[in-house]
Design a binder for this molecule. Structure first.
Ligand code: SF4
Ligand code: SF4
Length: 95
């Protein structure tokens, strides 16, 4: 089963005009947010994004931006580093 998060809150932005179709974002995204269509990336499941930032870091053409370092992915990474409970601290958060 694919986990889903809140709808319409993800900060992920994608500029198709900058995309050169290298497919790096598809390779690194753990949640299948992008797919390839006619030689360009296409955002197919934005609400699955966990804002990890991997696609933005690996896009050589700055076609993707996302506020990484917030939300679920950041909370999980921080908890691994500190040993503290997983929580992003957002108002009305889910944990
Ligand atoms: S930020 Fe992470 S989860 Fe979201 S689209 Fe990029 S690689 Fe996928
Ligand atoms: S990494 Fe960037 S240039 Fe490559 S397919 Fe994805 S959006 Fe396009």
């Amino acid at each position: 089963m694919k986990l889903r998060y809140l709808s319409g809150v993800v900060t992920l932005k994608y500029d198709v005009n900058k995309c050169k179709g290298c497919a790096s974002c598809i390779e690194v995204c753990p949640h299948g947010v992008f797919s390839m269509e006619a030689g360009k990336a296409r955002m197919v499941d934005k609400d699955s994004c966990i804002e990890c930032g991997a696609c933005m870091k690996n896009c050589p053409f700055d076609a993707i931006s996302v506020d990484a370092g917030v939300g679920c992915a950041a909370a999980i990474l921080a908890s691994k580093g500190t040993g503290k409970a997983v929580c992003c601290g957002s108002e009305g958060g889910c944990c």
